[in-house]
Write a protein that binds this ligand. Structure first.
Ligand code: ATP
Ligand code: MG
Length: 420
């Protein structure tokens, strides 16, 4: 029987890795500019880390986590998202004692047991950032601006919309939830089974339901934005003003709920209409209660995460060309002696930063040239018997279709001319 990968898990092959590097490099560059440092945390945590952070009535905790019992009986979970583990690390490493402002970013694989489809996997990659410490709205705004700048950098903003909202806080949200219950209760029978349950445990979740009838009913539900307390209102206005001051385009979508319980105040989503129903590319928000909830000192925080697979898919649409790996020089040789001369030549060129490919066997010149073509080599060096005798290399410029004999000892000094 052939061995196979697990459903919902995928390989990222060398032919697409350039795009991944492009996206990851841009994220790192921009995030570092904004003062963020990378943190690497384990993919496996005690289940509590997630169930206590995300909320027990969320989709992730209810049905998407990869949870299993360890040999000693403890319950472990493969991380479904990054924030909970980062907050755990923040507390465990007493980062709050080192600085009142902590700016972290991460990249890595997340695991959620959901129905695989285009842009939705069970094992997928996220890049995210967390700004822990400040409670002021300019920190929310800075984070959103940084995220948008990243998308500008990889030229995806023409395909994206940024939506923001506020979920209120412990002062105004309970009253709002009450209002929602009053609104939905008379129409309870028409809601889906999940939402009937949500009405009891967390009515906010109904606003996030994907069922048609639930959506229709939710369309006229009271809006959180009309029910914010004064502090939350001031906070939200400040974020909007900051975004306007740097010309970041956004719309207000009072229906943003976010799938996790830990959010307070500002929430945001970046979506696209180019990927079908998997339209969310990045999302985040403020989570002022989480650090304390996990046993740390009361600490404000705001963060986001984005889905790498969806970004790369979008990137393929936006920039279809230009992501093939290119080789600077292919060295073709004929005969054993030429092969031996090619070896140090390749070594020395690579040392100078020129990317070089050669054959390993004794194929015909024609088949070596074919491979040079396939690799997209800019130059092909040909070393045959005649060239060896004269101490030269035949250098062929593949684009211009020009040839020139260059002395062996001169080649290394010319290495810069072989690089794009
Ligand atoms: P969705 O509504 O698509 O399920 P989500 O609200 O569950 O998204 P978040 O938890 O906010 O997603 O995660 C942040 C980002 O990670 C998403 O915007 C998306 O780009 C990506 N993402 C989430 N789940 C998956 C998945 N199963 N496969 C691939 N990417 C994902
Ligand atoms: Mg989801």
């Amino acid at each position: 029987m052939k061995i196979k990968s697990i459903r919902g898990f995928h390989d990222i092959l060398p032919e697409s890795i350039k795009r991944w590097h492009f996206v990851e490099d841009a994220a790192k560059r921009i995030f570092e500019l904004y003062g963020f440092s990378e943190i690497r945390i384990p993919v496996l945590e005690f289940t509590d880390v997630f169930s206590r952070s995300l909320g027990t009535t969320t989709d992730i905790v209810e049905k998407e986590m990869y949870t299993f019992t360890d040999r000693d009986g403890s319950s472990l979970t493969l991380r479904p998202e990054g924030t909970a583990g980062i907050v755990r690390a923040y507390i465990e490493n007493s980062m709050h004692a080192k600085s009142s402002i902590t700016k972290l970013y991460y990249t890595g694989m997340m695991f959620r047991h959901e129905r695989p489809q285009k842009g939705r996997f069970r094992g997928f990659y996220q890049i995210g950032a967390e700004l822990i410490g400040p409670q002021e709205p300019s920190s929310d705004a800075e984070l959103v601006v940084m995220l948008w700048r990243f998308f500008e950098e990889i030229e995806l903003t023409p395909f994206l919309v940024l939506e923001i909202s506020s979920l209120g806080d412990q002062n105004c949200r309970p009253q709002y939830k009450e209002k929602l219950v009053q609104y939905f209760a008379p129409q309870k029978e028409e809601l889906c089974e999940d939402c009937q349950r949500r009405l009891q445990v967390n009515p906010l979740r109904i606003l996030d339901c994907k069922q048609k009838r639930c959506k229709e009913i939710a369309a006229n539900a009271p809006s959180m934005l009309d029910n914010l307390c004064e502090e939350c209102e001031t906070h939200f206005n400040y974020v909007k003003e900051n975004l306007l001051s740097v010309g970041i385009p956004f719309t207000i979508n009072p229906k943003i709920v976010r799938g996790l319980d830990y959010y307070t105040r500002t929430v945001f989503e970046i979506t696209t209409d180019k990927l079908g129903s998997q339209n969310a590319v990045a999302a985040g928000g403020r989570y002022d209660g989480l650090v304390e909830e996990l046993g740390g000192p009361a600490t404000a925080a705001v963060g986001f995460a984005m889905g790498m697979e969806r970004i790369v898919l979008l990137q393929e649409i936006a920039l279809p060309e230009g992501f093939q790996k290119k080789v600077d020089v292919f060295i073709a040789y004929l005969g054993e002696e030429a092969k031996k001369a090619a070896f140090p030549l390749a070594f020395n060129l690579r040392k100078k930063g020129v990317s070089v490919e050669t054959d390993y066997g004794s194929k015909s010149l024609k088949s070596q040239m074919k491979r040079a073509d396939k690799l997209g080599a800019n130059f092909t060096f040909i070393i045959g018997e005649e060239e060896l005798k004269q101490g030269v290399v035949k250098v062929r410029d593949m684009k211009e279709s020009k040839e020139e004999d260059i002395k062996f000892e001169d080649i290394i000094n010319l290495s810069e001319t072989f690089q794009p």
